[in-house]
Design a protein around this ligand. Structure first.
Ligand code: SF4
Length: 435
């Protein structure tokens, strides 16, 4: 079976490309050329046909929601509820990142529950199974690792975050640097570093990268190059270890693309606002324009409980400068396993950020929706405002919870409603349009 990128290179516009082009109102042939060049990926799987979602150049910035059990909390129905909440809130993709309970079961149930492309991190299950089987995650052997990757692909994974870019050279950079205020924060990353140090060996995902590509290609799963040494603290952002891994991932993105696999590169977790643009430009330049998957990024370390906001600020900036897929962050980040409400909050914050970023990423597409909303506000046309809102039900619920005496106002200013006052003063004078 050929992958989307291979078919695109042969000039084929696949049904997925047709669907994405129609949904995003872009030319199907232009989209095909972008897929062929590796500028756009379409997560899917030959044994499962999820909703067609395009990630990359010329397309709307997408949002991923991550769910999954932990070793402390295993609630299979709860994970399904979170998956459905993410889909209802507008997530474009879902990552199933369980590390507790029956991992095959939760993965299969989540895949069956949604039509979204579902991704995961195979290292989690690999180290969990090695721990259960041998009592030591560092006893993980290569055959077991690759068998798990194939098992997960066969279940219908649409994209996989695989930590191929951590190698002995990257670890050396980290040691020579001599500091890491936030340590290492990627579960897969730190587990792989531990394995390499315990076994004194190279990362098999790097050493046998062709084997990783061959498995994912077989199912046309997008290979997302994981960011195991990503900064987990503002003061670690853009450090040598992080940049080194990014460089290797960009190199691997090119190799994988040449082999006919759809490639995505993952970006960092904590980045101050003024470093986001440089990070994205570096990734795009070094990878030949591979779609970039930003994890947040979180833009300050001091707002636990509100990291959906610190990340949304970073996500808007990321989207603006060219990031293609944003991983949401929930209010529970750094504190607890997210619950259903956290998932909803996280997705909504990231979707709003992506929308704001796209206003700048694609200025040529206009800002008609915002203009229409302004007019509806000026005219205090509440139904029209709800119609145009990104999340109408939330807006409607807030208004309904505090009803005004005069329906033509809201309880914010009541009798002092400036909008009503201006309407009386100027009536139709303000209804023109800028030429
Ligand atoms: S009451 Fe105040 S906030 Fe509400 S519509 Fe009027 S001006 Fe706007």
């Amino acid at each position: 079976m050929k992958t989307q990128i291979e078919l695109a290179r042969e000039g084929v516009v696949t049904p997925q490309m047709t669907a994405i082009a129609a949904e995003e109102r872009v030319d199907a042939e232009t989209l095909r050329a972008s897929v062929a060049a590796g500028l756009v990926v379409i997560p899917g799987n030959s044994v499962r046909n999820p909703r067609a979602v395009g990630i990359g150049a010329g397309l709307r910035t997408k949002v991923n929601a991550s769910i999954g059990t932990s070793s402390d909390i295993v609630d299979y129905d709860g994970e399904i509820a979170k998956a459905l909440a993410a889909a209802e809130s507008g997530a474009d993709t879902l990552m199933e990142l369980s590390v507790g309970g029956d991992l095959d079961r939760v993965r299969r149930e989540v895949i069956a529950a949604v039509d979204l492309p579902v991704g995961n991190v195979p290292l989690y299950q690999a180290f969990c199974e090695a721990s259960r089987k041998y009592g030591d995650p560092n006893k993980l052997d290569e055959d077991m690792l690759f068998e798990i990757i194939e098992r997960q692909c066969a279940d219908g994974m649409a994209f996989m975050a695989v930590h191929c870019g951590i190698n002995l050279y990257t670890i050396e950079r980290l040691k020579k640097q001599g500091y890491r205020y936030g340590g290492l924060v990627s579960k897969g990353g730190v587990s792989m570093v531990a394995w390499m140090m315990a076994n004194g060996r190279e990362n098999p995902l790097y050493e046998h990268f062709d084997r990783v590509v061959a498995i994912l290609k077989k199912y046309d799963v997008v290979l997302s190059l994981g960011n195991g040494l990503r900064a987990g603290a503002i003061h670690d952002s853009s450090d040598r270890a992080m940049v080194q891994e990014l460089l290797i991932n960009c190199e691997l993105a090119e190799i994988g693309r040449e082999m006919g696999c759809q490639m995505l590169v993952e970006g960092p977790g904590h980045v101050p606002l003024d470093e986001i643009e440089a990070n994205i430009k570096l990734q795009k330049r070094m990878s030949g324009g591979a779609p970039y998957y930003m994890l947040g990024p979180i833009t300050t370390d001091v707002a636990p409980g509100f990291d959906h906001i610190t990340a949304a600020i970073g996500a808007a900036q990321s989207s603006r400068y060219g990031a293609d897929l944003i991983c949401y962050i929930t209010p529970a980040e750094h504190l607890a396993l997210p619950n259903e409400e956290d998932v909803r909050m996280g997705v909504k914050a990231a979707k709003i950020a992506a929308y704001i970023g796209d206003m700048n990423k694609y200025p040529e597409r206009g800002r008609e929706r915002d203009k229409e909303m302004s007019k509806a506000r000026r005219d205090r046309d509440w139904e029209r405002q709800f119609e145009l809102a990104l999340y109408p039900e939330d807006a409607r619920a807030i208004r309904a919870s505090r009803t005004p005496e005069d329906e033509a106002t809201c309880t914010m200013c009541g009798d002092f409603c400036a909008s009503r006052g201006a309407g009386k003063l100027f009536a139709g004078d303000l209804r023109g349009d800028k030429i």
